[in-house]
Design a protein around this ligand. Sequence first.
Ligand code: 13P
Length: 251
Amino acid sequence: MRKPYIAGNWKMNLTPSEGAKLAAELKDQLKGVDVKVMIAPSFVTLPAVVEAVKGSNIIVAAQNVSDKESGAYTGEVSCQMLKDLGVNDVIIGHSERRSYYGENDEWINRKVKYALSQGMNIDLCVGETLDERKGGHLKEVLSRQIKVGLSDVSAKDMERITIAYEPVWAIGTGMTATSDDADDAHAYIRGLIESLYGKTVAENTIIQYGGSVKASNAKELLARKNIDGALVGGASLSADKFVPIVKCALE
Ligand code: 13P
């Protein structure tokens, strides 16, 4: 049985004081709600948010991490720095990192392997662009992103990996994949995981959907067999919008 997992990727939004305020509201409003919840503030907002959610089950994640241990890598943040703050979860391979900052599947795989070696839990993002979908390349793109992204990752390590399927054309556009399209893509990803790790790992892997998720579409998406949660962007920036999405996972 896969436990629903709802995550909020705050992207480059919310200062430390704004983030602490939202985190405190979430802690209060999600008290007793039995859904796995994660929020991912910017690096500088992490300490304030870690402090604000203390005493709750809300997981605090980073939005990115270096594939290196330490050294002369200006502007980078290491797993060790995150863990020192009490942050043990990280989003890797978001499409905005891939498209704006040139992260490719090999680089993403190095980050995945290094973060796993440091005991971290990972939310690995995959998804196709509109051109790739229109050109009939959906399966080829997902297959490459999953196989290369998880290269040299063991079946045991898969217990610490969540996959987020985020079709690039649905991110921040208001265009959500239909629940049929999303469920088909999720089923395909689960099949890829089965081919790599076998049925049990595939059945236990949480696959979140991301791309213009809101309270009005979350219920329909989460009701689908292969959709185990959501990675929410814009609608995770206020408790009014995010809490109802989390509660959709209860039904
Ligand atoms: P939106 O929910 O704003 O479309 O963003 C989705 C996303 O990229 C989450 O990582």
